[in-house]
Design a protein around this ligand. Sequence first.
Ligand code: ADP
Length: 451
Amino acid sequence: MKRRLIIILPLIALLVFLSVQVFMIVSIWGQEKENMLMRYQSLTREAAARLMAGKKVNGFEKAMDVTDKFAGLVIKGKLPELSKAADTAELRKKVLTQTYSILQKNEVLSSSTKEYIKKNGYSINYKSFIWISYLSLLTDGGQFIITDTVPDKSEIAKTVIVVESYREEHNNFVIEYVSLIDMTELGSLVFKKAFFSFLLITLSVLIVFLVFWVTWRNLIEERRLSGLKSDFINNMTHELKTPLSTITVAGRTLEKAQINSDPEKVLETAKMISKQSVNLNQLINTILEVSLLERTEFELDRQKVSVDELTHQIVASFLTSCDGCAVVKEDYKATGTSLSVDIVYFTTMVNNLLTNAVKYCDKDPVVLVSTATDNNYFHLTITDNGIGIPHEHTDHIFDKFYRVPYGNIHKTKGLGLGLYYVKRIATAHGGDVSVSSRPGRGSTFKIRLPL
Ligand code: ADP
C-alpha cells in the first residue's frame, strides 16, 4: 500500500504540475494576444489621427470622388455593363463590388498606416480592408439602397480590429463604412513575443520530467534489486542448509554405537562429512569473495601465460573434479599466444562458465571450448547444448544475484553470482563477456580480452 502511494503521489504531483504549466501557457497566450490586438488598434488609430492632423484628410478623399463619379454614371444609366444586370439584386451586387474595388484602389489610409506601424518597429504582416455597412445612391426620386447590413459580430474573425468608422454624404451617394485590419499572422506574432516565457516553461517541464524519470527508474531498479536480494537470501539459505543437514545427519549416524562395528560405513559417513564441508566452505568463500569484490577495487596478479595451455588445463581439471560430467570438445586457435592474466581469476571465470554449461543442461552435456585471436583481442568461446536462456533475460544474467526464474527456483542450485563474477573478472582484465542463446538449443558465452 505504502509502495503504491510512493508511486501514485509523485504521479499526481506531476500531473498537477503539468496542468499548471499548460494553464500558464494558455493564459500567457491569451494575454499576449489581447495585448497585441490592443497595441495594433491604438497604432492604427494613431496613424489615422496623424493623417488627419497633418494633412487634414482621412485617406479616402480620392476614393470618395471616384465613387461619386461612378455613382453618378450608375444613376444616369450610363454604364453598359450595369444596364445588362438581370434584376435589381444583381445590379446592387455589381455596384457594391465595383464600389469596394474603387475604395480599395484609391484609399491611402492603409499605406500610410503601414508606414507608421513599420516606423514603430512592428510587423506589417496583416491585411487591411474596408467593409461597407450602408450604401445608397441618391436618385431624383429619393434613395436607391445598395446595401444596408448590420454586422453579425459572431461572423467577424477574432483577429479583426476596427480602425475607424465613417459616414459620408456626397452628391450621388451616402456611405457608411469601416476600415479594418485582419491580423492574419497574429499567432506567429504572439508566439515570437511570448517565446522566452514558453521556452522557460517547456524547459522547466522537461527538467521536472527528467528528474521524475530518473527517480522512477531508480525506484524500479531498487525494487528489482530488493527482489533479487530476497531471492538470493532464499537460495543461500537453501544452499547452506543442504550440506549442513547432511553433516548433521552424518554426525548423528556416527554417534550411534552400532556403526562402530561397520568400519566401511564409518568411512563412507566421514567422507560424506568432509565432502559437504568442502561444499560449505566453497559456498562461504564465494559469498565472501563477492562481498570483497564489492568493497575493494579488483587487484589482479597478472602473469604472462600461454593462454591455450592454461585453458586446456582448466578444462582437464574441471572434468576430473566432476568425474567426466560432460563431453568437452576443444578447439584452440590461439596457440602460441601469451596473455597477461591473473591465473586464479581466469581459472574461476572459465570454471564458472563450464559449471553453468553442465548445470543448465537437460541432456548429456556436450561443450565446445574454443579460442581465437584477432588483431587486438583474445577470444574464448564456450558453447553448450543446454536449456538456453530466454531472450528477455540475457541482458540481466550478468547482474548480481540474478537467476532466470523457471518456476521452481531450487531446481538448479545457485546464488546468481557466477556470471556476475565472470563479468567482473573479464572487465578487470580490460575485456568483456557476452552471450547469445537459443532456448532449448544451448548458449554461447564469449570472453574477449585485450592482447
Ligand atoms: P547461478 O548459476 O548461481 O544461478 P549464475 O550467475 O552463474 O548464477 O547464472 C545466472 C543465471 O543465468 C542462472 O540462474 C541461469 O538461469 C542462467 N545461466 C547461466 N549460464 C547458463 C547456461 N550455460 N545455460 C542456460 N542458462 C544459464
